[in-house]
Design a protein around this ligand. Structure first.
Ligand code: HEM
Length: 357
């Protein structure tokens, strides 16, 4: 789909709604309820739910997190070095996975001893189409119930002992004068941990691969890091497009880019395609960390009410990840072919070998 059409549909939610599902395939009703958080809702309810957590993701709040993200990135790199004295490792397992996982878990108030469980659960939820992560409807349902029960228990604990984490904010929030129902809270919790963890990981993994394959771009960025960071991070997100698509449903007969559409038609926003649109990007197939910033870069969505809530956080995480690599382990590079996730939704890398001198 051309970038222009992705924009038009994203910014016209009355005609292209989210409330009837946001993936190509309709989920069975039970799973729709589990995953029916704000991403599958339309305003005004979507807006009210989003407002509960949006202040945790503003540029200002993300700037406040800078030091802890940096400390976490350094700690994870040190751990990788200590655990792999041979100088080779799986980059996803050792670095790209743990960084966003540990950041979103700590924002949610999840204790460190549970991070691994959360990692496995979210892998199964977004990797359901990959046989390695279960690959069956039964396994997906089982994991959904487990993470849902986990969320409820953590939520009840925070109701009794509130802190400044997002889980406490969700438990205390009122929407239209009512607290979130257990169902609403559980779905919201799942959305945040899944989205916060399964996307940035892939941007960082694809980023290492791209910088390895394009040493001139790596030298350019690492040679003058601050000058290029803003564009380099956006280029990594464009290049990787970790979220391949989201879907909308047409609410009334209309047209999009000359194509007649009937109420009820599904429209799939292929971000991966829009991000390689030659009408929007000069030499779209070139990895260019100095590419000028462009609104046509739709890796985080194309604007509109559902634009990625975590875009500021993800950009910071990616920038800090590569800054720490540049400073502490500049010889780090990918080797061999990545092992890709089997999915039409997430452009995931399950494993990518890396090495350093
Ligand atoms: C490189 C990393 C990331 C990418 C590529 C990405 C991509 C996206 C995309 C494409 C959307 C849908 C936009 C739309 O429909 O208009 C989205 C929504 C969302 N993202 Fe991200 N995301 C990333 C990181 C994060 C992080 C770190 C969080 C933190 C929790 C997050 C939370 C969300 C949420 C909650 C939504 C739903 C927003 C809504 O429905 O209002 N994302 N993201």
């Amino acid at each position: 789909m051309s970038g222009r059409r992705v924009w038009q549909a994203s910014r016209n939610p009355e005609l292209f709604c989210s409330g009837l599902g946001s993936n190509i395939v309709d989920l069975p009703q039970e799973l729709n309820e589990f995953y029916g958080s704000m991403i599958n809702m339309d305003d005004p309810k979507h807006f009210r739910l989003r407002s509960i957590v949006s202040k945790g993701f503003t540029p200002r709040h993300v700037t406040d997190l800078e030091d802890s993200v940096r400390a976490k990135a350094a700690e994870i790199l040190d751990r990788m070095l200590a655990r792999n004295p041979s100088g080779t490792a799986d980059f996803v397992h050792e670095f790209a996975g743990p960084l966003p996982l540990e950041i979103i878990c700590s924002m949610m108030g999840i204790p460190p001893e549970d991070y691994e469980r959360i990692f496995d659960w979210t892998n199964t939820i977004l990797g359901a189409s990959d046989p390695e992560f279960g690959g069956t409807y039964e396994r997906l349902m089982e994991v959904s119930l487990e993470i849902f029960a986990y969320a409820q228990a953590l939520g009840e604990d925070r109701r009794a002992h509130p802190t400044d984490d997002i889980t406490s904010a969700l438990m205390a929030a009122e929407v239209d004068g009512d607290q979130l129902t257990p169902q609403e809270f559980g779905s919201f919790f799942i959305l945040l941990v899944v989205a916060g963890n399964e996307t940035t990981r892939n941007a960082i993994s694809h980023g290492l691969r791209a910088l390895t394959d394009h040493p001139d771009q790596r030298d350019l960025w690492f040679g003058d890091f601050d000058t290029h960071t803003r564009t380099a991070v956006d280029e990594i997100v464009r290049w990787a497009t970790p979220v391949i698509h989201f879907r909308r449903t047409v609410t009334a007969d209309t047209e999009l880019g000359g194509q007649a559409l009937t109420a009820g038609d599904k429209v799939v926003l292929f971000y991966a395609s829009a991000n390689r649109d030659p009408a929007a990007f000069e030499h779209a197939d070139r990895f260019d960390i100095a590419r000028p910033l462009q609104p046509a870069q739709v890796g985080f969505g194309a604007g509109g009410p559902h634009f990625c809530l975590g875009a500021n956080l993800a950009r910071r995480e990616i920038a800090i990840a590569f800054d720490e690599i540049r400073q502490r382990l500049p010889s780090l590079r990918a080797v061999g072919e990545p092992d890709y996730l089997k999915s039409n939704f997430i452009n995931g890398i399950k494993r990518i070998p890396c090495t350093w001198d």
